[in-house]
Write a protein that binds this ligand. Structure first.
Ligand code: AMP
Length: 396
């Protein structure tokens, strides 16, 4: 999917009321933000609007309040952190399209910032209700979508609102689609994709699409055992999706036909129980005893995968190589993170767990692009249209 959408520099925002959909869905512990990456990610767009003296109305979702006002999910901590980061006052409205939001939006002056309450306090948000979208749109004159993390959802604040206002993308979405779009349409070769995580079923579409584009595909993590079983291996009690064996065979066949090098784990760090402290043993991945399960890639696999990453031109990575939340089974994910960081390739991490892994192991600053959207980046890599981007105005 290639996009040619207007950005915030393609529209005159000077002095205008601009509604910006951000992804401020940050993790909280006891009401305190534990990771403000998503807020930091929205700053370039907000700073641009401030420099143009726009009247800025920000909105976002937070958690899953299930369509009801629930102050457990208030955006108040976000307003505080944003004000600290910008050095500018950020006013929080008590509602989204209610009296408070309307009067505060109407009174906004140039260079001021209003943050609406959690858009998911209304069930109409996730239903993409046209009346709700229209009400939201009536607060502003221009709509900017900068929430890449929810761009794969057609909700009122991510898509519906664009029916009623001139609609452009912010810097964050622009960057996400530029980097990932280039990787898919014109990658520096060799192009290597690494896929891992628990479920093959979540990633069949991505593998299928990438098999048209990459030179090498590396599959690790729990999903690798379905492929191994499909080729007749004994995988013990490792994760396996029996209803996906034929699909796995088809994907291996497609790789052969397309001349794509398809790498699976040669050896596996196994345990009898799913626990960090469990006794470990290393077995060949196609010969795991019945009462053992694979929880991480083994040393021969680490070497093979790392070698495949040396000299890569572009690397896309989504999903851990093992149960990296357990320190004793994190070695494979850490080694792959290191190999990606040291490869010198244009490296793109597709959000979610692999983003958490490169952060945890201290390689984040050596990665070209860490996507802010796990689900959205997967759908992008799958070649699907993202409604939150498709709804924006085309560049002339
Ligand atoms: P996903 O959401 O599909 O990307 O999967 C991420 C999860 O997969 C992480 O929580 C990992 O702990 C888990 N995972 C990775 N490898 C394995 C494995 N070999 N067995 C069980 N779970 C795994």
């Amino acid at each position: 999917m290639t996009y040619n959408k207007k950005g915030i520099e393609d529209i005159d925002v000077t002095g205008k009321k601009v509604l910006v959909r951000c992804d401020f869905n940050v993790p909280l512990e006891d009401g305190k933000i534990t990771d403000d990456n998503r807020i930091v990610g929205a700053l370039p767009t907000i700073k641009h609007l401030l420099s143009k003296k726009a009247k800025i109305i920000l909105c976002s979702h937070m958690g899953r309040p299930k369509g009801e006002f629930n102050m457990k999910y208030t955006l108040e901590p976000v307003a505080g952190r944003l004000a600290e980061l910008l050095g500018v006052k950020v006013t929080l409205a008590a509602d989204v399209i209610g009296e408070d939001a309307k009067s505060k939006a109407a009174a906004l002056k140039s260079g001021e910032i209003l943050l609406l309450e959690n858009v998911r306090f209304h069930k109409e948000e996730e239903k993409n209700d046209p009346d709700f979208s229209k009400e939201l749109a009536s607060l502003a004159e221009i709509y900017v979508n900068d929430a890449f993390g929810t761009a794969h959802r057609a909700h009122a604040s991510t898509a519906g609102v664009a029916d009623y206002l001139p609609a452009v993308c912010g810097y964050l979405i622009q960057k996400e689609i530029a980097v990932m779009g280039k990787a898919l349409s014109d990658p520096k070769r060799p192009f290597v994709a690494i896929l891992g995580g628990a479920k093959v079923s979540d990633k069949i579409g991505v593998i299928n699409n990438l098999l048209e584009k990459v030179d090498t595909i590396i599959v690790g993590g729990g999903m690798a055992y379905t492929f191994e079983k499909a080729t007749g291996g004994n995988i013990g009690k490792s994760l396996c999706e029996l209803d996906k064996l034929d699909m796995a065979k088809d994907l291996l066949e497609k790789a052969k036909k397309n001349g794509v090098n398809f790498l699976l784990p040669i050896d596996t760090v196994c345990a009898k129980e799913f626990a960090n402290e469990a006794e470990q043993a290393i077995y060949n991945t196609n010969d795991i005893p019945d009462d053992w399960m694979g929880l991480d890639i083994g040393p021969k696999t680490i070497k093979a995968f790392s070698d495949a990453l040396k000299g890569a031109g572009t690397i896309v990575w989504n999903g851990p190589m093992g149960v990296f939340e357990f320190d004793n089974f994190a070695n494979g994910t850490k080694a792959v993170a290191q190999a990606v960081a040291e490869s010198g390739a244009i490296s793109i991490i597709g959000g979610g767990d692999s983003a958490a892994a490169v952060e945890k192991f201290g390689f984040a600053d050596k990665i070209t692009h860490i996507s802010t959207g796990g689900g959205a980046s997967l759908e992008f890599l799958e070649g699907l249209e993202l409604p939150g981007i498709a709804c924006l105005n085309e560049k002339n």
